[in-house]
Structure formats: structure tokens, C-alpha cells
Design a protein. Sequence first.
Lengths: 192, 247
Amino acid sequence: MLKSKTDEQLVELAKSGDSEAFGEIVRRWERKIFALSFGMLGREDDAGDAAQEAFIAAYRNLKNFRGEAKVSSWLHRIAVNQCLTTKRRQKTRAEDFLDAEDGSEERAFVASPLLSPAKKAEKAERMVLVRQAVGALPTDLRQVIVMKEFEEMTFLEISETLELPLSTVKSRLYTALKQLRMKLERTPVEVV
Amino acid sequence: MLTNGNKKKCGFEDEIVSYLYDETGAVGRRNFESHLMDCSACTDEFAAVSNARFAVFEWQKEEFAQLATPRIVIPYEPRADLATAVEPVGFLAGLRGLFDFPRLPMGLAAAALVIGLGIGLVIVTTSGDEQMASNSHLIIPDAPSAVSDRPVQASVPTVNSGDPNEIAANPVSNEPVNRKIRPVKVAENRRSNPGRQIGAVSRQPAIKASNLSLNKTQKAPVLSSYDDSDDKSLRLTDLFNDGGGTE
């Protein structure tokens, strides 16, 4: 019965104390929010913590949701803010994307077994570079490219979620890809 | 035409990303492909943007796609602010809250207790009234047509023969036998006015057919032709007369 309700209806039910309704919201959006968090932060454990904190913050601020924006927009805004808070916390602990150069942090990258060791190393290095390059993008550009590549949203969905015109979304994505290209071209990958 | 310094733009920037992510229509795709054939700058730009996009796509596929979604745990604690915002305060609200679904058993138990007390009170009251009614043995008929209007002097024996000596020799029951007895419609009165008879002190003797000692051979006097000389009953004045008998 809850599956047939819209996000806005579920939020109204959750505001009146229906925890099952909020649980349905979590089930619908947990993968996308986790993907957004991973793209913004670059690490699985950080992304998991940020997604958890984002949903808890959303639950605690249900009364502040007035229905003027879409629930997806509201959740994305909370998640991005949570990611920025996590990143600031990491900087105060001198942990950022640059630490990934030594490869000591936990990484989910698993190279194909068909690749040679050299190729595997090259690929691993490239992943680090891409992660760093995306992490170095401005927040508004990074969010658009993460929503496109990790959440696999269409331009129209991104436009509705971020409450931006369609042309602005396309323009931001184009700018983000251009900056990524320049960063990746400046940092050549050394093959060991 | 898109230059290296981006000073002169073709106006196809938005089309590059739309074509890159295959979100352009068939007409838009044909137009852009035909433009790429004529514009080397746009072709180079498209190639560079594609490489950057592919790098991110590869990163997502290699490091994120196989990750399991972490379990999100929400601490669903009762929130006083939401509760107070939603539920009004007051006696009626509290009464209504008793019959809310989570607390329905409590509300039902309270309602059952009240009903049980009420039934018990009614039973006690009715049993007390019935006890009083059974002790009095008399029932008041409330309708005028119930019984005879003549007061019944149950304590005064009446004998048709009239001789005081016979009275002494043949004591009769205290029930009057020499008068016309109209059957008392006790049952009807009880049915029609049950409340009337509960607790009422009856003034009419309950006359039963078995108690009647009517001499069927004796004929009841007709009151219209009744003469004092025919009256053989014992009167109070007779008791004070020396000779007794009738005057």
C-alpha cells in the first residue's frame, strides 16, 4: 500500500508518526543517495556514513519539509550538505583525496584477472587520479557529474532535483567534463 | 565554430553532452553528426569530453557498481514535538486517545467496567424492589376498572344467615362471602403498569378463588332492593345492646 504512494504522501504520513512510511522513502532513495555520497567523497565507508547521517537528518527535520520542493530535491540537498560536512571533518583530520596516492586506504577497485600486473597497476593509478580530479571539482559541478554518472539520472531529472533549468544542467556538466579532461591530461599516469 | 580559445563558439556545446549521453532526439542527433563532419574543433572537443566522461564511467563501474547498499538504520524514537503538534490537548483528546488503536484494549476495558457497574446497580435496585414487593403481598391496581371500589373489610366476617350465635358456632373465614366479588385483574395490571406495582403498598386483599367460601346455593342480595330489616349482619351497635340482635 505504501509502494503506491508518492514521495510527498509518504513524507506527510511520516510527519504524523508513521515510521513505515519513512522506511519506504529510505528504501526508494538509499541506493541513489549512497551513489551520490560515494561520488562526492570517493570512499565506501565515508559514503555509507554520509548516507546514514543524511537520512537521519531528514527524519529529524521532517517537520521542516513544507512540500514546496520535491522530496528528491530535499534529500539530495541534505545529502550534499552532509558530504560537505564530512569532507570538512576529514580536512581537519588531514585526510583528503591526496592521501589516496599511497594506495593505503581501503579501496573497492578490483582489476580484471585477465590484465597483466602492469595493466592492473596502471588502471589502479588511473582510478586514483579520476577520484582526485572529481574531488577537486567545485561542488556544483561535481554534484552534476556524480548525479549523471553514479545515480544515472537523466538531464531532466537532474534539472528537477536541483531545481535548475535544463540548459544550466547541460552547461554545468559540459564545464565539469572539460575541467576533468584538463586535470587528467596534466597528470600523466606513469606505468611501472 | 568552436576555437581553441573558445572565443567563438558554434553553439553546439549543449548538444555535445546531449549527444554524448544519448539524450537527444533523432533529428538533433542527425544535425549534430552532420555538424561534426564539418567542424574539426567540435570533433576534437567531443573526443576530449568523451575521454573524461569515460574515465568517470570507468571509475563508477570498477569501484562503485559492485558495492552493496549499506543498511540504513533510523532511530525511530517517539518525538514529543511531533506528538504535541499533531495531537490536541484536553480531556476529550485524552478520552479519544484511550480508544486509539494502540490503546484500544484499555479503552474497551474501561468501557466494560463502566457498563458492568451500571448493570450491577440496576440488578441491585430491581432485586431490592422485588423483595419489598414480595414481602407486602399486596399489589395496587392503578386502573379504575381493576377491582371493586367498595372497600373490603376483610376483618369483619359476614354471614348471610345473620344469627350471631351461628357466627360463633360457624366461624367463617375473614373473607367476605356475602357480597358480589369482582375478579381482580392482577395480571393485567402488572402487565400494563409494572412500574406502578413495584414497591407499592397494596390496599386491596389478594382474593383467590380457592379462598372463597361462597355457598353456591345462596343468592346474593340485590343492593337496590336491600332493606335494613334484611340485614342480618352483626353491627357494632348490636354489641352494646343488652339483647343483641337487630334493632
